[in-house]
Design a protein around this ligand. Structure first.
Ligand code: IPM
Ligand code: MG
Length: 368
């Protein structure tokens, strides 16, 4: 008898609202199992502050190995003021950074989509953001986040020096640029590459490598180079000029926060962090909402689970090639928004305010 290998998801709810929003994804996975015979296996583990509180480390080896063995990791959020004063290596965020680095998840896809039902939630004028659909591809395992040397050291006259190093190699740049070009081909066929080539050598290399990859393999895709500060400005001035933006780890961190806020609905935006494909076309991956752990509203049952649910839809699409199921799930979210259901973060006059679990249930009812 052929033994079918079960597809294992590792759920890492993390801190703050993480457990609440991941709880809704768990319900959805269970729904797919019983109604679509998809046979997903779920494992759970602690990460971030929750892991530190129990084990004294933001992620245990055991959980890390589970992540290595799973088809995809679904992460809620990590961090909170409770752990702010821990030394660097113990901070909740280290769990995230370790997973990114050691699973080699170099391409972070962060869509900024303005849902038509929520155009008014943006702080920008409706005509600037309506129909907005940008994909930011952020390099995730290099640059100043991981460069050596780093540290804080004493120097003369009682002063101290903080050091971080920004480095990129050609191959690190090329592999993430390739992801951006391939994505653009399925979208509006346009890539904007952002760096600071006017002041940084690593930025100059970034620009040169992206340009030469373009000439060699992606001539059919429109490519523009833009300085990162100009990109920040253009995102506010005319965000719809962008299709895919590719940039380094630090600029990507900042520009993706900025872009997500154009949509006015942080609680709706998913993200995917992807590694390289092996010869069977499989890759390691982690999916998480863009929003953080929101400790101020944790435990109140009011967090918006949609970003995490849409992250799971990305997992279906990118890790399992289940495009049809991803479509069904994304459509269910749209329908619930059309019905006027809103969690507190996106509530407006005339909408029906619902709790985290009510939102999850409403989405499931649309799957049926
Ligand atoms: C993000 C976050 C993380 C980052 C933090 C939590 C380490 O801001 O995913 O954008 O800086 O990458
Ligand atoms: Mg960030």
């Amino acid at each position: 008898m052929i033994k079918v290998k079960k597809r294992k998801f590792l759920l890492l709810p993390g801190d703050g609202v993480g457990p609440e929003v991941v709880g809704e994804v768990k319900k959805i996975i269970e729904w797919f199992n019983s109604n679509k015979s998809l046979d997903f296996e779920i494992e759970e583990g602690l990460a971030g502050g929750a892991s530190y509180d129990k084990y004294g480390t933001p992620i245990t080896d055991e959980v890390f190995y589970k992540a290595l063995e799973s088809e995809a990791v679904i992460l809620g959020a990590v961090g909170g003021p409770k752990w702010d004063n821990l030394e660097f290596s113990k901070k909740p965020e280290r769990a995230l950074l370790k997973l990114r680095k050691e699973l080699k998840l170099f391409a972070n896809l962060r869509p900024a989509i303005c849902f038509k039902q929520l155009v008014d939630a943006s702080t920008l004028k409706p005509e600037i953001v309506s129909g907005l659909d940008i994909m930011i591809v952020r390099e995730l395992t290099g640059g100043i986040y991981f460069g050596e040397p780093r540290g804080i050291e004493p120097i003369d006259n009682g002063e101290r020096k903080g050091i971080n190093t920004h480095t990129y190699t050609s191959s690190e740049i090329i592999r993430v640029a390739r992801v951006a070009f391939d994505l653009a081909k399925k979208r509006l066929n346009k890539v904007t590459s952002c760096e600071k080539s006017n002041v940084m050598e690593a930025g100059q290399l970034w620009k040169e490598e992206v340009q030469s990859l373009h000439e060699k393999e992606y001539k059919d895709v429109e490519l523009n180079h833009m300085l990162a500060d100009n990109c920040a400005m253009q995102l506010l001035r005319n965000p719809k000029q962008f299709d895919v933006i590719v940039t380094d780890n630090l600029f990507g961190d900042i520009l993706s926060d900025q872009a997500s806020m154009l949509t006015g609905s942080l609680g709706l935006l998913p993200s995917a962090s992807l590694g390289a494909k092996n010869k069977d076309g499989k890759m390691r991956a982690m999916y998480e909402p863009i929003h953080g752990s929101a400790p101020d509203i944790a435990g109140k049952g009011i967090a918006n689970p949609i970003a995490t649910i849409l992250s799971f839809a990305m997992a279906l699409r990118f890790s399992l090639n289940l495009d049809k199921e991803a479509d069904v799930l994304e459509k269910a979210v749209q329908e619930v928004l059309n019905d006027g259901l809103r969690t507190k973060d996106i509530a407006s006059k005339g909408s029906k305010e619902v709790s985290t679990t009510q939102m999850g249930d409403a989405i499931i009812s649309k799957l049926k």
